[in-house]
Design a binder for this molecule. Structure first.
Ligand code: UD1
Length: 365
């Protein structure tokens, strides 16, 4: 039974790594890895392959950046050739990036069954490219593996039959569990001369937050407001760095006293930095889940989340109102210890990939 697993962008690698490992326990499964090359910088891609002990991909499509249409179309053209050469029994895609929907569309047109890991998540915000990718991918997938109850509710509401939906837990958390001890041994904090709880960890890359001068200025104001209380460590995504230059905000960014700007961090280093942060401020999807598992307070700079369990059970709080006064107040509450204590959501136990492999292993029997 041949399974092609797609990785393309940074948040995909830590989801596919445990799956590829879990498939390895089944001699009749031939699991191959296809890297579309959506993310291509060493710090956005290679480091994850190394740290997550993923083998060199069987195919690297090297598509790179471009508009969403260009990127999606390039992936489809390249991936069609892989499908023709490999003739797999199943395509496995994870998450919600352009590589996810592009490869799923190729497979469905060739009548190859699709498994979507992290299915059913919905933010309700169709202006997010990821929301469109999620809806479309789910609608053409045959096996929908979900991480939380909301995934089930959303899919059922969209008319997906119950038989297709499998509540298995969270593959991203599988990697966290697997690598937590190793992450603690990295010298990520020493590298920035930081100690536990001494800093706020920040990531920001969503188009809605960083693609306008106004949005990015807002982020800088909030950092400036935080600095009297804590140092801020900001590993900066290429999109955000490019935009800061484009909007003439680079000098301001580099002049803030107490703000530490760094290159994107490796997987292990970033886990360590999250676990020891006083609070994490982010607009990422995955980081909302990782901080929930680590029980570290998280402020998410978005007015919606496709991962509601991180708010209902976890340590996540949404900041729909980016007014500096509101942010300031939330931050003070957390730093003063007046914040909610989270719990770990059901089935986020490091075994999700094994559950998926067990279900898929039976398909050929
Ligand atoms: C993509 C995903 C997003 C995910 C994010 C994680 C989509 C629609 N979005 O957004 O869901 O949260 O990855 O990082 O798929 N760039 C580099 N080097 C790289 C990668 C990108 O310089 O290795 C630059 C590109 O020039 C590009 C920009 O960063 O213009 C954005 O990259 P892109 O892959 O288009 O989307 P992300 O914002 O990374």
């Amino acid at each position: 039974m041949k399974i092609l697993n797609i990785v393309g962008a940074r948040p995909n690698f830590m989801k596919v790594a445990p799956l590829h490992r879990a498939f390895g326990a089944y001699p009749h499964i031939n699991s191959k890895i296809i890297h579309t090359g959506q993310h291509y910088d060493a710090k956005m891609s290679d480091v994850f392959f190394n740290q997550l002990e993923l083998p060199k991909p069987d195919y690297f499509l090297g598509v790179g950046g471009g508009s969403h249409t260009q990127q999606t179309a390039k992936i489809m053209l390249e991936f069609e050739q892989v499908m023709e050469a490999e003739n797999p029994d199943l395509l496995l895609v994870v998450g919600d990036v352009n590589s996810t929907i592009a490869c799923a569309m190729v497979a469905v047109k060739m009548q190859v069954p699709i498994a979507h890991v992290e299915a059913g998540l919905r933010s309700g915000d169709r202006k997010m490219p990821e929301e469109i990718n999620r809806i479309l991918t789910d609608s053409i997938s045959d096996y929908l593996f979900i991480t939380e109850q909301a995934g089930y509710d959303n899919l059922r509401q969209e008319g997906v039959s119950e038989a297709k939906i499998h509540f298995v837990g969270n593959c991203m958390i599988d990697s966290l569990v697997h690598y937590q001890a190793k992450a603690r041994k990295t010298n990520a904090l020493q590298a920035f001369n930081l100690s536990k709880n001494e800093y706020v960890l920040m990531t920001m890359h969503r188009p809605a937050n960083v693609d306008t001068a106004e949005g990015l200025t807002h982020i800088l104001d909030i950092i400036e407001d935080t600095l009297p209380h804590k140092k801020v460590l900001f590993p900066i995504h290429p999109r955000t760095r490019n935009n800061a230059e484009r909007f003439g905000l680079k000098d301001k960014l580099e002049s803030l006293n107490g703000l530490i700007i760094s290159e994107p961090q490796g997987y292990l280093e970033f886990l360590n930095l999250m676990e020891n942060a006083a609070v994490v401020i982010t607009d990422s999807g995955g980081i909302q889940e990782e901080t929930t598992y680590l029980q570290v307070p998280c402020l998410t700079f978005r007015d919606s989340t496709e991962r509601p369990v991180t708010v209902e059970l976890g340590t996540n709080q949404l900041l729909a109102d980016l007014n500096p006064a509101t942010v300031h107040q939330k931050l003070r509450e957390i730093l003063d210890g007046r914040t909610k204590q989270g719990t770990i959501p059901p089935l986020w136990d490091g075994q999700a990939a094994q559950r998926i492999a067990q279900i898929l292993s039976k398909l050929s029997n």
